[in-house]
Design a protein around this ligand. Structure first.
Ligand code: URA
Length: 220
């Protein structure tokens, strides 16, 4: 998709997200958080759902986790405007509870369209919800982020070949500081992948075994 077409497609998508009433979260949100960044980004980051500050501002990762995300991105050699940042859910779940399967089902067609518009070479998933969703989209089995983080998988998602780098959610390091070095290591890996210094691996049989990751499977 060329530049102006991409912009038009994303503008139409954002307008749909703003008007969306597909799940009950529209009733409690202050602002939907469609996502933001460079539409031609090589790297797309996918988080879980807006929190309190994102809901206030209508922008992704603007709270404490977002400040850490900016620092982590710098380790990979990026400013946030140079990547595209989106979430699995576009509206805040009350009290920041986990996304529910029916909300994920209702909202992820928007994320799928974002991925198709941006066509990133690299997708970094932040936390178990986005990792689980992308694994299901790649037909892979997902159990725990700790099993797959620190790796780069070559997968096909929505007809696109992408390098998938799963990692922890940045908020996890706010509650457990020992996770910070894990995140730093994974963002340094992101930098090496973008520079072509790391070859992705094909998912092994332990992930490809059943090849039928479903939303329900990763959300239990
Ligand atoms: N956590 C997320 O997963 N996404 C945001 O946008 C902010 C916090």
């Amino acid at each position: 998709m060329a530049g102006p077409d991409k912009r038009a497609a994303m503008e139409a998508l954002v307008a749909e997200i703003r008007a969306c009433t597909r799940c009950p979260l529209h009733a409690t949100r202050k602002n939907p958080v469609p996502g933001e960044g460079d539409l031609d980004a090589q790297v797309m980051l996918i988080g879980e759902a807006p929190g309190r500050w994102e809901d206030e501002k209508g922008r992704p990762f603007v709270g404490a986790a977002g400040k850490l995300l900016d620092k982590l991105l710098a380790l990979a050699g990026f400013r946030r405007e140079e990547v595209y940042i989106a979430n699995v859910l576009k509206c805040r779940p009350p009290g920041n509870r986990d996304p529910r399967p029916e909300e994920v089902r209702a909202c992820t067609p928007f994320l799928d369209r974002q991925i198709r518009i941006i066509r990133p070479e690299v997708i970094m998933t932040l936390g178990r919800h986005s990792t689980g969703y992308l694994f299901s989209r790649a037909g892979l089995e997902f159990r725990r982020v700790s099993d797959v983080r620190g790796r780069v998988y070559e997968v096909e998602v929505l007809g696109l070949r992408v390098k998938l780098i799963p990692t922890l959610h940045p908020a996890s390091a706010l509650y457990n500081p020992s996770y910070r070095s894990v995140l730093e290591s994974d963002f340094e890996l992101l930098g090496r992948v973008v520079r072509g210094a790391v070859e992705p691996e094909r998912p092994g049989p332990e992930l490809a075994g059943r090849r039928r990751g479903t939303l329900e499977e990763f959300m239990v």
